[in-house]
Design a protein around this ligand. Structure first.
Ligand SMILES: [Zn+2]
Length: 327
């Protein structure tokens, strides 16, 4: 029998340190209380686990738990996860997390059943159950952030594949002899279309184009290395040739990857999330056009490509959603 009273906890962790979050939610998925503590750098597992425990201590204050106890804990992890075993395979940009049994560790520490998954899978589930994709039978979530992640939701459940690597679309091969990827491979989508890749390429190319470099200096008030993908789109819209060519390339390779996925899984919706998706229509409108041109009409005529609705909250809402779905 489903409990009608109580709470779930959602936790978001990432190795880059910017996204350590804990949320307390009711059984309808409303977040009642949430904490976010960025870390500049995560030296080891102990530091992060101690930080999490301190945050959990605050969130699980008895004052917050008047309607019962915590029934489930969900965790969205910024790295590959073996979801069937509850093991973190790695946490990007952090040390000591390889094959860490986070699910059992937290369940034991908190004395509450726990479920963990990759953050893009969690965000995908959240967008389909509570965000842009409500009611979609087959939906693909694409997280375009510092890296690129993806999650495929089929009939309201995450599709994991055999060893939980389904949806790792950042490593789709889109360019022969292309730039080096975080995984060590070459020409993968993430090495071309992630926020980090776009910014890095833009700065690299601007060095040889004084007008572009001046425009970047103006936009960033002299701190070129801080340029954002949104600002690069802005430069392109203002007619800067270097930015325009770069955006065109990014759209081309992103469209190749998405068209290949569309032909394999025939989704009804592609939901774009992550910092790059905040650009909105200047990114999404040309993608729609390219996909229409690249896909079989029967595959693309009912396909919608939309921006996620949960924004930077997607992974944390996803962690809450994992917990709720596991009840
Ligand atoms: Zn890769």
């Amino acid at each position: 029998m489903l409990a009608t009273q109580g709470y779930v906890v959602g936790i978001e962790i990432s190795g880059s340190g910017t996204r350590q979050s804990v949320a307390l939610a009711d059984l309808d998925g409303n977040i009642l209380y949430q904490l976010r503590r960025p870390l500049e750098y995560i030296p080891d597992t102990t530091t992060l686990l101690q930080l999490l425990e301190a945050m959990l201590g605050e969130v699980l204050d008895p004052e917050h738990l008047r309607d019962g106890r915590v029934l489930r804990v969900g965790v969205a992890v910024g790295g590959p996860v073996d979801a069937s075993q509850g093991i973190v395979r790695t946490l990007y940009h952090a040390h000591g997390w390889d094959n860490f049994p986070l699910q059992d560790y937290l369940a034991e520490r908190l004395n509450v059943p726990c479920i963990i998954d990759n953050n893009a899978n969690a965000a995908a589930l959240a967008e389909v159950l509570y965000g842009a994709g409500i009611g979609e039978r087959v939906a693909l979530y694409v997280g375009l952030g510092r890296g690129i992640g993806g999650g495929l939701i089929v009939n309201g459940r995450i599709y994991h594949g055999v060893t939980s690597t389904a949806g790792e679309i950042g490593h789709l091969l889109v360019m022969q002899n292309g730039p080096k990827c975080s995984c060590g491979g070459y020409g993968h989508l993430e090495a071309i279309a992630s926020a980090q890749a776009i910014v890095r390429t833009m700065i690299g190319r601007a060095v040889e184009h004084p007008a572009t470099l001046a425009a970047i200096q103006r936009l960033t008030e002299g701190r070129a290395e801080r340029i954002t993908v949104g600002q690069i789109f802005q430069l392109a819209a203002e007619g800067d040739e270097v930015a325009r060519c770069l955006i065109d390339e990014v759209l081309t390779y992103l469209a190749f990857a998405l068209a290949n996925i569309v032909h394999l899984v025939n989704p009804g919706m592609i939901i774009l999330g992550g910092s790059v998706a905040l650009v909105g229509e200047p990114l999404i409108a040309p993608l729609r056009e390219r996909l229409r041109a690249l896909c079989l009409p029967a595959a693309s005529q009912h396909l919608r490509i939309v921006q996620g609705k949960l924004g930077p909250q997607a992974s944390l809402v996803g962690a809450v959603t994992l917990a709720l779905q596991d009840l």
